[in-house]
Design a protein around this ligand. Structure first.
Ligand code: SAM
Length: 210
């Protein structure tokens, strides 16, 4: 597939399980029907409600950076279309995903059922607060931007757990990787990016424009 060879492997995505998942998950099912022809292009696409499905390269980059093993427990914040969620499940993770928009969450949930992703738990709510009742997680992935990484989210990671997400201003962010240990955390910069905001108590204010 051109997307995998040209847009992922040639740009440095090497994890065979991530590449296989990107090859397998039918991205065209996660975009509006009228955009199905563009589903494998090297760009984000609108999915309704003013939201987007992320660019395939970013999905692959974040998935690779999570260093998933089979059965790794992952919390994804911002289900959106459900595509990133399906990629995580395809790689073998157990996924809890949370979405603020009820309509997007319902659409994604139906698609997970239709496509047989029966190990995904989809929730509706403010993911900037995490999912304390289901914590701790091995990994937390934010698929929308945050002004800073909420301490309350990090505390829902197991010791040695990893957070990945875009952190910065509303108009541009750095993709950060944080390894969480109760006494100290390490923080790495994975490059620049631009995501829609996570609106919530520990995210952006709705009046900032959502
Ligand atoms: N991962 C998605 C995909 O593969 O389609 C793309 C996610 S989109 C870039 C960001 C999503 O975060 C949007 O669907 C938006 O509604 C959602 N969102 C915004 N604020 C949120 C919050 N506080 N909690 C959960 N989801 C939120």
């Amino acid at each position: 597939m051109r997307m995998v060879e040209h847009d992922l492997r040639r740009r440095g995505i090497h994890d065979a399980r991530v590449l296989a998942a990107m090859q397998t998950v039918p991205r065209h099912r996660f975009v509006p029907a009228e955009l199905a022809d563009e589903a494998y292009a090297d760009s984000p696409l609108p999915i309704g409600e003013g939201q987007t499905i992320s660019q395939p390269y970013i999905v692959a980059l974040m998935t690779e950076a999570l260093a998933l093993e089979p059965e790794t427990a992952v919390l994804e914040i911002g289900t959106g279309s459900g595509y990133q969620t399906a990629i995580l499940a395809e790689v073998g993770a157990r996924v809890w995903t949370i979405e603020r928009s009820t309509s997007l969450a319902q659409r994604a949930k139906s698609l997970f059922e239709e496509l047989g992703y029966d190990r995904i738990e989809a929730h509706v709510g403010d993911g900037t607060l995490g999912l304390p009742d289901w914590a701790p997680f091995d990994r937390i992935l934010a698929t929308g931007s945050l002004p800073e990484v909420p301490a309350g989210l990090l505390s829902q990671l197991k010791p040695g757990g990893i957070f990945i997400g875009p952190v910065g201003s509303r108009f541009g962010q750095r993709l950060v990787r944080i390894e969480y240990h109760p006494q100290r955390t390490t923080r790495d910069d994975l490059g620049s990016c631009r995501f829609v905001p996570l609106i919530g108590v520990d995210g952006w204010n709705p009046s900032d424009g959502a």
